[in-house]
Design a protein around this ligand. Structure first.
Ligand code: CMP
Length: 147
């Protein structure tokens, strides 16, 4: 079992598509073990996107991420990091295939609606950045055999 961090960017709430995006994770069988709505502050955005500091899209990325509330979550499942990255689709507009979340809902690379951890170490870092241990709820439903 693996855990991954997912952020639904401000465009998701603004466009009222949060339910559609969440349902893709649920249909795949991923388990939501933490979920919250929050308005990020500048320090949190800068820490989260520190690796992109200095790139040409960095300032617009900060501005977009601060433009409204986001939904942060932790998803659990077999190979959850890879599975969620596949569901999300590639970052660049010209590579986003239809059927993926970005391919179906994003019309610009910069406004690509979803962030998902790209490795075990980033998942751990991002989970710790956004969630306290007591906000993570482990639960069982007896359905593990299907997923
Ligand atoms: P995300 O997965 O949140 O990680 C960094 C974000 O920076 C990315 O999604 C995009 O929103 C943005 N980004 C990454 N590469 C580019 C790019 N080449 N041009 C514009 N924005 C980018």
């Amino acid at each position: 079992m693996e855990r991954t961090f997912v952020m639904l960017k401000p465009g998701v709430l603004q466009r009222r598509i949060a339910g559609e995006v969440l349902s893709r994770f649920e249909r795949k069988g991923l388990k939501i073990i933490a979920l919250k709505l929050l308005k990020m502050n500048k320090t949190l955005v800068e820490t989260h996107y520190a690796e992109h500091k200095g790139k040409d899209f960095y300032e617009p990325l900060l501005e977009y991420t601060l433009s409204g509330p986001i939904i942060a979550m932790i998803l659990e499942g077999m190979e959850a990091i890879t599975v969620v990255r596949r569901l999300a689709g590639p970052t660049n507009l010209d590579e986003m295939a239809p059927g993926t979340i970005r391919g179906d809902f994003a019309a610009r690379t910069r406004l690509n609606i979803i962030h998902a951890s790209d490795s075990i170490s980033s998942a751990e870092r991002e989970i710790n950045l956004f969630f306290k241990p007591e906000e993570i709820i482990e639960w069982e439903d007896g359905n593990q055999q299907w997923f």
